[in-house]
Design a protein around this ligand. Structure first.
Ligand code: 8ID
Ligand code: ZN
Length: 358
């Protein structure tokens, strides 16, 4: 079933040798046909998440998370161009998103739990074990297909599908209440700059922490009341102490992809504060806090991973209502490898987005 001509081949960024010697090649690959329970999506744009860089470079190999497919990307948006044999819950022409979670098993304890489906041990992920959104056409199973609401520009959808929903969920998990203060470590990056906006829309006060003038400008423009530049400030804990009048923060969301981001994080929490681990630097990184500090402060340390389909609907709704708008720089697919290099070097403020047809 299809209303438009689908080419037999399409352009994709194919990853050769994921790991240290990884190389990306722009190639024409076969356009697959959707099977039962699947649709074919013509991808228009895809956000570029730091997770893509981690996977391609093998940063998480020691943790058993290798890239097992040939095309990365999990912030894809496009429209359905063809339906598999038995598909009924969507139609050709629907605007949809493909995110990190491609499929869950729906029957394990995590899938059946309240809000725990993101921890399904049997899940598959776009750009990790199934080809993702850095290609013009992609197969997407329908049970995790995201319907994109009206009101968001195409170019802005992708960054919400991973970056947006992830920080939104992390803020919910932090249990910070309106009027309370959250520090976002990595506030000028992809997840962080969206975190500043979600936090503001949720009534929170934001201290942004990141490096460089561009990231400071962006975080402040989006609503951070204060900013600490970790590349210039030796004593980040002292700086936050000064900003908060000694009270420190109710929540600390770490989206930095570095060990240094975690070094100070638990110490930025005030009494009964919560640190949420989101950023996933490669290598062996530990979160250090003494029992005495835990005892004295009641610090809660939790991890948060992406969001459920319900979280996704809410995260997109904030964007559709204009409360959150990704700051994007649009690139061609041929510029993806360079864009990933820039991301690793910390040079990208906001989110880079690939236009698959430019
Ligand atoms: O579900 C999840 N937990 C999830 C979902 C999506 C992404 C986790 N992630 C992970 C990614 O794999 C990555 O490890 O979150 C991390 C951030 O992803 P991103 O936002 O896509 O990356 P980015 O745009 O590079 O932003 C990171 C920011 O951290 C800053 C950098 O300057 C950059 O702006 N940063 C670093 I690196 N070290 C810092 C430090 N010590 C720091 N900011 C403050 N202090
Ligand atoms: Zn991501």
């Amino acid at each position: 079933m299809s209303s438009q001509k689908i080419p037999s081949k399409h352009t994709a960024a194919v990853v050769k040798n994921p790991g240290e010697n990884c190389k990306m090649v722009i190639e024409e690959i076969d356009t697959p046909k959707p099977g039962p329970g699947q649709v074919l999506v013509k991808v228009t744009h895809s956000g570029v998440c730091h997770t893509d860089a981690h996977l391609m470079r093998g940063d998480w190999s020691a943790a058993g998370a290798d890239m097992l497919c040939q095309v990365g990307g999990h912030e894809g948006v496009g429209s359905i161009v063809s339906l598999g044999p038995d598909v009924q819950n969507c139609a050709v022409g629907d605007k949809v998103g493909m995110a990190w979670i491609r499929q869950t098993c729906a029957v394990c304890t995590m899938c059946m739990g309240n809000g725990t489906e993101t921890r399904c041990p049997n899940q598959s992920n776009h750009g990790r074990d199934a080809d993702g959104s850095f290609q013009q056409y992609a197969i997407v199973p329908t049970n995790y297909l995201i319907k994109v609401p009206e009101g968001i520009d195409d170019v802005d959808v992708g960054p919400v599908l991973c970056g947006g929903v992830t920080v939104y969920k992390a803020l919910k998990v932090s249990e910070a209440k309106p009027g309370q203060t959250v520090a976002i470590i990595g506030a000028g990056g992809g997840l962080g700059h969206l975190g500043v906006q979600y936090a503001r829309a949720m009534g929170l006060r934001v201290i942004g922490i990141d490096g460089g003038e561009d990231k400071e400008k962006l975080a402040k423009k989006l609503g951070a009341e204060a900013f600490v530049d970790f590349t210039k400030t030796k004593d980040v804990v002292g700086a936050v102490k000064e900003i908060t009048g000694g009270k420190m923060c109710h929540a600390v969301v770490v989206v930095a992809a570095s060990a240094s981001g975690y070094a100070t994080a638990p110490l930025l929490c005030g009494k009964n504060g919560t640190m949420v681990a989101v950023g996933l630097p490669g290598g062996h990184v530990e979160i250090k806090i003494t029992p005495m500090t835990l005892f004295a402060n009641g610090t809660r340390i939790v991890g948060s991973n992406v969001g459920t389909r319900g979280d996704m609907e809410e995260a997109l709704d904030f964007a559709a209502r204009g409360l959150v708008k990704p700051t994007v720089a649009v690139h061609k697919l041929s510029e993806l490898e360079e864009t990933l290099d820039d991301l690793i070097k910390g040079k990208i403020s906001g989110r880079a987005v690939i236009d698959l047809w430019a």
